[in-house]
Ligand binder design. Structure first.
Ligand code: BYC
Length: 320
């Protein structure tokens, strides 16, 4: 069968909503795009543990500490499901991690901003996880089977993350004047970077067209960003806070809120590694990896030893 025939069969499956599975034929570019997107997504989950991890030891109560710890552990789990999904496409975990540590691989721009106050934990939950969910709910229907299945579980956990963030901000928004001011300040600082999480505008998105045809992406960057703006404008009212954009205005004709221009220079600057915390984040990941080397080596030696030991006959342990 020619490559042309294989491509046609492949596209037919995509059009008919049949999931693509690891051992099936797929165009090289489909494999590459999925490896790129899934590994970037995995790195985002892992680097995303750092800004919140920063506040575990300073959470204001035992309850908030337990919630934050559970959330950060969930992010680690998400990273692991996603690395596994990317591995099914033939890239080793070591290679993906090397690419992150060398600065070759990207991860979400949002995690290069600092977490300055406790209210940032609420703002990350509400805005960052809120943005992530909108994007990820669509990815539950992505065409590559292992990625879609990983996303189903991740989305369940993300929706808990978003609610806990909103609830945490709600408490602050009903607190003292200082707490209210801290809440508003966190919203002001996280709003624009959250809009940038959806990626460049459609006219500048290099991968969107092909990814939409292959149903890797189900909605474009701008469509999801608009959905996010519409949702947050309503939710912020419940907090009695405001969003830091004087251009937010309901547009009757479009049936959506208009919003101000995103600072794309800032976005690309962060993506290229020059955001406020890029260097610090990569340094923290490299250090953690180096400090965990002995654990990986010990686990590998243990597994090797087990392989060399004669297998215990079935039932022997029970008999003993
Ligand atoms: N940051 O052609 P485009 C979480 C890159 S973690 C950095 O539109 P695409 C959480 C893009 O990679 C949530 N880079 O790209 C964790 C591309 O570069 P290359 C993370 C970005 O892939 C802990 C170039 O710009 N979510 O939820 O079609 C705590 C052109 O863009 C960004 C995901 O990763 C960015 N924001 O669309 C709390 C979701 N945006 O590689 C929460 C999965 C774009 O071609 N990913 N770039 O040189 C996606 O859905 C898509 O990859 C994107 C971008 C919508 C992000």
């Amino acid at each position: 069968m020619s490559v042309h025939d294989l491509e046609q069969i492949f596209q037919k499956k995509i059009d008919e909503e049949v999931k693509i599975e690891p051992k099936e034929w797929m165009p090289d570019a489909y494999r590459k795009t999925n490896i790129r997107q899934i590994s970037q997504h995995a790195h985002s989950e892992i680097v995303g543990m750092l800004p919140e991890g920063n506040w575990i030891s300073r959470a204001p109560s035992l309850k908030r500490k337990a919630i934050l710890m559970a959330k950060v552990q969930d992010e680690a789990g998400h990273g692991l499901y996603l690395y596994c999904a990317a591995e099914t496409l033939g890239m080793s975990r070591e290679q993906m991690i090397d690419d992150l540590h060398s600065g070759k691989a990207k991860y979400s721009s949002i995690f290069n901003y600092p977490t300055l106050t406790w209210a940032d934990m609420g703002a990350i939950g509400w805005l960052v996880d809120g943005a992530a969910i909108l994007n990820q709910v669509m990815l539950c229907r992505t065409s590559y089977g292992p990625y879609a299945r990983a996303m189903v579980r991740i989305c369940k956990e993300e929706s808990f993350h978003q609610r806990q963030g909103f609830e945490s901000l709600l408490v602050l928004s009903k607190g003292t004047d200082e707490q209210k001011a801290m809440c508003q300040d966190a919203i002001n600082r996280w709003w624009w970077p959250s809009l940038m999480m959806f990626g460049p505008k459609d006219s500048e998105s290099t991968n969107s067209d092909q990814s939409m045809k292959w149903k890797i992406k189900r909605k474009t960057n701008d469509e999801l960003r608009q959905q996010f703006v519409d949702m947050c404008v309503e939710q912020v009212k419940l907090l009695g806070m405001t969003l830091p954009d004087p251009h937010l205005k309901w547009n009757e004709e479009r049936g959506h809120y208009d919003f101000g221009e995103i600072d794309w220079n800032e976005f690309w600057n962060v993506v290229k590694g020059n955001g406020p915390c890029n260097k610090q984040r990569l340094e923290a990941r490299r250090k953690a990896h180096e400090e965990g080397r002995w654990v990986r080596e010990a686990a590998a030696a243990h597994a090797e030893k087990r392989k060399q030991q004669p297998q215990t006959p079935k039932g022997a342990l029970a008999a003993a």
